[in-house]
Design a protein around this ligand. Sequence first.
Ligand code: IPE
Ligand code: IPE
Ligand code: MG
Length: 252
Amino acid sequence: MNADKRHTGPLAPPAHVAIIMDGNGRWAQKRGLDRSAGHVEGVNTVRRITEAASKAGVSYLTLYAFSTENWNRPQQEVDALMHLIVLAIERETPDLIRNNVRLTMIGDFTRMPTEALERLRQCMADTAHCTGLTLCLALSYSSRWEITEAARRIARQVAAGDLDPEAITADTVSANLATADMPDPDLLIRTGGDMRVSNFLLWQIAYSEIVVTPTFWPDFSEQMFYEAIDQYHNRERRFGLTSEQINNEKNR
Ligand code: IPE
Ligand code: IPE
Ligand code: MG
C-alpha cells in the first residue's frame, strides 16, 4: 500500500476482473508437450482462479477463453479446445453450484459446435439461481464483432423509428453490447507477458487498470491473482481528473 494513500476501512475488491488467459501453448511447448496439454492444464487454473475471485469478493469474472481469431488456428487445436470445453463444463458444473457461481457467456455462439453450446446452455440454466460470483466466459468473442453487432442493433432501432439518432449516448452503446448487464472491468489481467489486448472488451476497458504478468496461464496461482488485486489497490484511478481532485473527493 502506498504510504500517501489515505484509505480508511477495508479495501473494496474490484467488482469486475477480466482476464486474457494467455500462454497455454508456450507452457506446453516448453515441456515438449502438445499445445493441447497446455489447454488441459489451463482448465485447472480456471477452477483455481474462479475460487480465488469468489473468496476475494469479486462480483464478475470475465475470462477470455477463445477469440474470433482463434477459429483460424489449426483445426486439430480448435477441435481439441471445443472438446475440452464440453468436458470441463460437465466436470465443473457441480462445483460451480456448490460455490454459488453463476455461469454466463459472451460471444458469437452461431459459430460454436452444437455439443459445446448445448453443454454451456445447460450449465447456465443449472447455475441461473446462483447469487455469488458471476463467471462470464468470452467464447468465440471479439470486441470488434461485439461493437459491430451493437451498431447493427442500434441502427435497427433507429430504422424502426424507436430511437432518435440524436438521443444516442455512450450509455446506448454500452446497453447494446453483450456485456450490457455487467459493470465495466475495474481490473484487466493478461498472463503470458504480451502487452496487447487482442480484441478483448475494447469499449469496456476504457478506464480499467491493467496488470500484465509474464507467467503462463497454467502456472498462474491464487497468490498471483491476489497480487494483481494488490497492484490494483495501489493504483490511483483518476478518470481524467487531477490527483488533487481525487483526494478532495476521497476526503469529503
Ligand atoms: C491461450 O493460450 C488460450 C487460447 C487462446 C485458446 P494460447 O494457446 O494462445 O497460448 P500461447 O500464447 O500460444 O502460448
Ligand atoms: C488472446 O490470446 C485470446 C485468448 C486468450 C482467448 P491469443 O493468443 O489469441 O492472442 P494473440 O494472438 O497473442 O494476440
Ligand atoms: Mg496466445
